[in-house]
Design a protein around this ligand. Structure first.
Ligand SMILES: [Zn+2]
Length: 229
């Protein structure tokens, strides 16, 4: 009886110690360890490969062994990308990335509302990603719809909420005679600028935890991603 009780105590102590250790190890190993600048360099290098047609993101970087490793050990994406839903602007493909590398938030017009902001906050706080890219693209349908909008021309309140979010960029572009492509550029820049104003957590990560926000634009025809300044 005595031995059994002792054994039980030993097992209990061992389990508690293991749990405590994994919690500490998990905390110290949170995230990929890739800085915002390194993450940006990785994305741009992948985009070069995509332009040249040398992509392998969907081959060895998304192999069954990578898939199983990520399922068992968890994800540590190094970049967060806020991207349009356009079927031609697929981040994993245009940056030549495999499973587990990029945390992607896609919505028509690459705008942000509470759901998108919450998704960014989650990836910063819990997954350790440091780079936030807001990625617009040429010939964006959502920005085109906003650019051409006239009072009452859109009936759906859901579509209208997208137009409302994109409208400030269109208004700003039109104010200096800008065309549709300038409105698209302006939209990516404005959304990037707004992130810190709309989220105290994003602001904190940018100010003191090494996060960076970068607006960018993807050219559907050339395949090139340009950083917007
Ligand atoms: Zn679009």
């Amino acid at each position: 009886m005595k031995m059994k009780a002792l054994k039980r105590v030993f097992i209990h102590v061992t389990v508690v110690a293991c749990l405590a250790w994994s919690a500490v190890a998990g905390a110290s190993e949170a995230g990929s360890g890739v800085s915002a600048d390194e993450a940006l360099a990785k994305l741009m290098a992948g985009n070069k490969e995509f332009i040249a047609g040398n992509t392998d993101g969907l081959d060895h970087k998304s192999s069954p062994s990578v898939r199983k490793d990520l399922a068992v050990n968890g994800q540590k994406p190094y970049a967060i990308i806020v991207d349009c839903s356009d079927s031609r602007a697929v981040p994993e493909i245009i940056f030549d990335k495999g499973l587990g590398e990029v945390f992607v938030i896609r919505v028509a017009g690459n705008v942000v509302a509470p759901h998108e902001l919450g998704s960014i906050e989650y990836a910063l706080e819990h997954l350790g990603a440091k780079l936030v890219m807001v990625l617009g693209h040429s010939k964006c349908g959502a920005v085109t719809a906003t650019y051409n909008y006239t009072e009452g021309s859109i009936e759906s309140p859901n579509l209208m909420s997208l137009v409302d979010s994109i409208m400030p960029a269109v208004t700003a572009a039109k104010a200096h005679g800008g065309d549709l492509e300038e409105a698209i550029t302006e939209n990516a820049k404005l959304v990037a600028e707004e992130l810190e104003k709309k989220s105290a957590i994003i602001k904190e990560f940018v100010e003191s935890k090494g996060a960076k926000i970068v607006p960018a634009k993807y050219d559907l025809y050339t395949g090139a991603v340009s950083i917007l300044h």
